[in-house]
Write a protein that binds this ligand. Structure first.
Ligand code: CA
Ligand code: CA
Ligand code: CA
Ligand code: CA
Length: 274
């Protein structure tokens, strides 16, 4: 009898485990579960008031993903460290048009709506601050609307058209960083070199974040897919699909299971005594 109720408890608990998937980014070909990875960089600009527009750039694998951009090329080198994901307009320049000029970024499209939970970099030059956005607006048949599809848009445009600031993070080489404590779900994620134009007040403290000196290669990401449907970044139950948002707390189920078990053991003891 006890074995039976332990088995029932195990069954109750089994669907609760949310399986995070880790993706190793060792090639410009996306790993299984990721539909596409595209590279962009905002234009190099002398403006310091924001509004620099994203242009297509070239995805590179070393392995660990880097970005070569036209503003890298125009400064004469795709060599280290500008071959990385960076927010420096050119090699050996020291002043790089803050707030948002020459910011390299990767746009990830996942097969399923995903809550990214961790990022790792396997190469850092000096500093490695990054910014993360997720798209939580409406999709057009699964695709980003044209005016939110990164190319030709600024950070300000994206943020006003369904993209949401997730956080700014100060990375260390080969040290996974926990991100997205708000547990936002999306099929589209933008990971860029740090810029205050992405947002502020989420992630690491402002004191460890600064612009223009960040160079890194993104080597792995992990996250969990939504089992139900995602609306506005929230994973909900699709009606029996077991959406993550609808799953009871493990502790309450444990209490319930142990309560049933306790009741059965108690009954059995009474029965034996009688
Ligand atoms: Ca670069
Ligand atoms: Ca650069
Ligand atoms: Ca930093
Ligand atoms: Ca920095």
């Amino acid at each position: 009898m006890i074995k039976h109720y332990l088995a029932v408890s195990a069954l109750l608990l089994a669907p609760l485990s949310v399986h995070a998937t880790a993706w190793t980014l060792s090639s410009t070909t996306p790993p299984s579960g990721i539909a596409s990875i595209k590279a962009y960089a905002t234009a190099q600009t002398t403006s310091t008031s924001g509004g620099a527009l994203f242009q297509s750039a070239t995805l590179q694998s070393y392995p660990g993903l880097g970005v070569t951009a036209s503003n890298d090329l125009s400064n004469g080198s795709t060599g280290s460290p500008d071959h990385a994901i960076d927010n420096d307009g050119g090699r050996n320049t020291t002043t790089d048009n803050p707030i948002d000029g020459a910011v390299d970024a990767l746009l990830f499209q996942f097969n399923a709506s995903t809550s990214l939970s961790s990022l790792s970099v396997n190469w850092v030059n000096g500093d490695a601050d990054l910014s993360v956005l997720a798209y939580t607006g409406s999709l057009n048949s699964g695709a980003l609307p044209t005016n939110a599809d990164v190319s030709g848009e600024s950070f300000a445009n994206l943020l006003s058209r369904g993209w949401r600031f997730i956080g700014n993070y100060n990375m260390a080489v080969n040290t996974p960083k926990t991100i997205n404590t708000d547990n936002i779900y999306s099929s589209y994620w933008l990971v860029s070199a740090y810029t205050g134009a992405a947002g502020s007040g989420k992630g690491d403290a402002a004191g460890v974040l600064d612009f223009g000196n960040d160079y890194f290669k993104l080597s792995s990401i992990s996250g969990a897919a939504c089992n139900g449907s995602t609306t506005g970044g929230v994973c909900g139950n699709s009606g029996g699909g077991g959406g993550v948002g609808s799953v009871p707390e493990p502790t309450s189920l444990l209490l319930l299971a142990s309560g049933i078990l306790g009741w059965r053991v108690n009954r059995k003891n009474h029965a034996l005594a009688a």
